[in-house]
Structures are given as structure tokens and as C-alpha cells.
Design a protein around this ligand. Structure first.
Ligand SMILES: Nc1ncnc2c1ncn2[C@@H]1O[C@H](COP(=O)(O)OP(=O)(O)OP(=O)(O)O)[C@@H](O)[C@H]1O
Ligand SMILES: [Mg+2]
Length: 272
């Protein structure tokens, strides 16, 4: 049956992933992404976070188990109210195209009408604060600005569900905190549903309405906490004892996840 009106944005039931080379990346995962939430997946390097995000994006099929999007199959995504977009860990911009052409790419591929595309591109570039740089080349942008352009490219299709794989992982702490604040404001303004992957406990607490913690490979969900704090969360939130309390709870969960049943074949370096 197709999309009941109140179905979660994503419903994952018993999904596993074993790669063709035999690597068991995910043990059975049961997870629902609720509409409008900011869900962060937190876990050590190599635990299968990107694999899980690729399953959610429909870029890979689960080996066993099932995934539904708004109550329907992946083929039904892309319709109004069921659009999804992904932001990868590196900006993946085309170096031979200016910022506006990079941002326009998904619309070009979808053969969107020109006027409509012009408006959507200008809107997305403005939203990420790159209005003065739309005619620049990617090489003329800083790392943070390149990531903004990459986010604009994801936003240009007006997604309902935004999947973000450690988008700010390579940035310095100052830039990361600023982009975290902007992303939080964008999530509120656009009424987005976001699934965000990170290694950073502090980033998870600042951004999320819910944080799910994964254990080492083969990845599985260990536990989750709700970050029940009002939005918008200004920088002052980072200095509160409540913030520290959430961070402490998550640290304990991460320690428990990593100290528990670690995969025997996972090198220690993978268990950051
Ligand atoms: N395409 C692939 N083919 C084979 N193995 C893969 C593939 N992609 C990932 N893996 C393996 O699956 C496991 C999980 O990888 P994944 O990239 O999902 O981890 P991750 O949690 O995102 O790590 P990181 O935090 O370092 O990005 C790893 O052992 C990895 O080597
Ligand atoms: Mg990854």
C-alpha cells in the first residue's frame, strides 16, 4: 500500500548490509525517521554510518530487511512532499563550473524549466549566504564556502528530507560552529527532516532533536537520547550545564558502545 498520510519519513525494518567483498557493515537496523525531526547518527569511524545513510538515500539496497519512504517504495520519492537530497562528506563540486552552475546541476539533470531553475538557484545560494559568490569558481572558495555551495546544491530541489554525511567534519571548529548554527536555523525555517552523521558529540547535542548511537562494525544501534531543548539554540546553549549533561550521557553511551562487543577484526584505529 502507498503512503498513509502520517507514515514516518523513513522506516527501516531489520535492514542489514554485507558488501560484495564479504564485509558485514550493518547488523539488523530498526529505525524510524520521524517527519520534521533532526536525527543525528553518532558512532566511531568504520561503524557503518555512511553505509546506513546510503541505504536511507536509496543509493544502496539493504542485503536483507526493508526500507520505506513516507510509507512507499523508493521509486515514489521525488514527488512533491517526498523529495530527498544528500550532502556528502566532501563538497564534490565540479571544478570546471561556477558556483551557480554547480548548484543548478540537479535541476539541469531533471530538465527543470529555465525560469523556475533560475529562481530556485538564486534562492538556494542566498539561503547559504553565497549570494556574492555565485559567479566564482570552486577553487576561489574556502572549504567552508565550498561546503555551503554543496548544501545549496542539495537544497535547490527543495527536499523534504536532507541526508548529511559528516558535512563539516573537515572544517575548523570556528567554521563548524557557525555552519551548525546556520544549519539549525535552516532546518527550522524550511521545516526540513534531517538525518545527520557525525563523530562529534558536541555537534550532535547542539543540532539534534534525537541522537542515535551506533556501535563498532558490524554497525548496530546501541541506544538513543532525545535532546529536549527549545530551538533556536544560540551559541550560549553550548555553555550551559544542560548541554554538558547531554554530552556526558552521549560520551557514556559511546564508551559503552566501543567497550562492549567490538568486532574482533576491527583494528583499534577504527574505534575512535
Ligand atoms: N563500497 C564498499 N565496499 C566494501 N566495503 C565497504 C564499502 N563501503 C564501506 N565499506 C566497509 O563497510 C564498513 C563501514 O563503512 P562506512 O563507510 O559505512 O563507515 P563509517 O561509519 O561511515 O566510517 P567513517 O566515520 O570513517 O566515515 C567499513 O568496514 C568499510 O570498509
Ligand atoms: Mg562515513
Amino acid at each position: 500500500m502507498d503512503a498513509p498520510g502520517d507514515a514516518p519519513a523513513v522506516a527501516i525494518a531489520g535492514a542489514t548490509k554485507t558488501w560484495p567483498n564479504g564485509t558485514r557493515a550493518l547488523d539488523p537496523i530498526d529505525l524510524e525517521v520521524r517527519r520534521g525531526e533532526f536525527l543525528t547518527i553518532l558512532g566511531p569511524s568504520g561503524c557503518g554510518k555512511s553505509t546506513l545513510l546510503h541505504l536511507i538515500a536509496g543509493l544502496e539496497a539493504p542485503t536483507t530487511g526493508s526500507i520505506r519512504w513516507w510509507g512507499g517504495p523508493h521509486a515514489a520519492t521525488g514527488r512533491a512532499g517526498r523529495r530527498l537530497a544528500m550532502v556528502f562528506q566532501s563538497p564534490t563540486l565540479m571544478p570546471w563550473a561556477r558556483v551557480d552552475a554547480n548548484v543548478r546541476l540537479p535541476l539541469t539533470l531533471a530538465h527543470a524549466p529555465r525560469d523556475e531553475a533560475d529562481r530556485a538557484v538564486a534562492d538556494a545560494i542566498w539561503l547559504v549566504g553565497l549570494a556574492e559568490f555565485e559567479r566564482h569558481w570552486p577553487r576561489e572558495l574556502s572549504g567552508g564556502m565550498q561546503m555551503r555551495a554543496s548544501i545549496a546544491r542539495a537544497l535547490v530541489t527543495r527536499p523534504d528530507l536532507l541526508l548529511m554525511d559528516e558535512p563539516f567534519g573537515a572544517l575548523d571548529e570556528f567554521t563548524r560552529q557557525r555552519l551548525d548554527s546556520e544549519l539549525s536555523a535552516l532546518w527550522m525555517k524550511r521545516g526540513l527532516t534531517i538525518v545527520f552523521v557525525t563523530h562529534s558529540i558536541h555537534e550532535a547535542v547542539f543540532l539534534s532533536t534525537r541522537v542515535a548511537v551506533m556501535g563498532p562494525r558490524p554497525g548496530r544501534l546501541i541506544d538513543e537520547i532525545a535532546v529536549d531543548e527549545p530551538h533556536p539554540r544560540g551559541d550560549a546553549f553550548r555553555l550551559t550545564t544542560r548541554f554538558a549533561g547531554y554530552a556526558q550521557r552521549l560520551s557514556r553511551l559511546v564508551a559503552q558502545a566501543c567497550g562492549g562487543a567490538a568486532a574482533d577484526d576491527a583494528p583499534a584505529a577504527e574505534r575512535v
